[in-house]
Design a binder for this molecule. Structure first.
Ligand SMILES: [Zn+2]
Length: 216
């Protein structure tokens, strides 16, 4: 199931940016062309929902459908090119020590929680609300939220095409590196979901780091 796993030569002491994102919280940052963003699953089994927007024109944004079609594969892994709705490569996966990332299952929301897990869960915090909060800083809103990436989320697809969210396989310290091919706004929701196993029923902090072009 898992494709080639690779580790990165990047030296953590040479990173130009580092931030711990608390459990359940959003984060965003502008990633310049050639910069590499590392997302670290600090404690393991933590899903990280993500969206990318072209900085010059946010109407151009990450497209899950184009990404899957271009690479001809259902998972996000080493070498995957993250493609926009205009068919351009926004970024690519340049290292991956986990080996399992999803872009099929979408993000959690108050509405979907109520449908999937019952009315009592409607008021639990969710990724869609995180995205709305973070996007509002850039003049973007609900209509700008599209099908997203789910780093470290384990959604195996069986031969008949069925899939479901199951226990994450990422271990503490697993990471994925994303190198930008254009200037992008990178938005993260550190998923607060507690009703399915995507976060091991215990949302935890993650860490992000950025390296400038050419840094090792
Ligand atoms: Zn979520």
């Amino acid at each position: 199931m898992t494709s080639l796993i690779d580790t990165s030569p990047l030296d953590i002491s040479h990173a130009s940016y580092a931030m711990d994102i608390p459990a359940e919280r959003p984060w965003s940052h502008i990633l310049r062309r050639g910069q590499t963003l590392r997302i670290i699953d600090s404690e393991g089994q933590q899903a990280v929902d993500a969206l990318l927007y072209c900085l010059d024109d946010p109407a151009e944004r990450y497209s899950a459908q184009d990404t899957l079609r271009v690479q001809g594969s259902a998972y996000i892994d080493l070498g995957t090119r993250l493609v926009s709705n205009r068919g351009r490569v926004m970024a690519r996966i340049t290292a991956d020590s986990c080996g399992r990332h999803d872009t099929s299952a979408g993000c959690c929301s108050c509405e979907s929680n109520a449908v999937r897990f019952g009315e009592a869960t409607r008021y639990q915090h969710a990724c869609r609300e995180n995205f709305i909060l973070e996007l509002s800083k850039y003049g973007l809103g609900k209509r700008d939220i599209v099908a997203n990436l789910n780093f470290f989320m384990n959604v195996p697809i069986d031969p008949s095409g069925n899939f479901t969210v199951v226990d994450g396989i990422s271990e503490p310290g697993n990471y994925i590196d994303i190198t930008a091919d254009m200037d992008v706004l990178f938005v993260i929701s550190n998923c607060p979901q507690v009703n399915n196993p995507c976060n091991g029923f215990n949302p935890t902090p993650i860490r992000v780091m950025i390296w400038d072009p050419g840094a090792l």
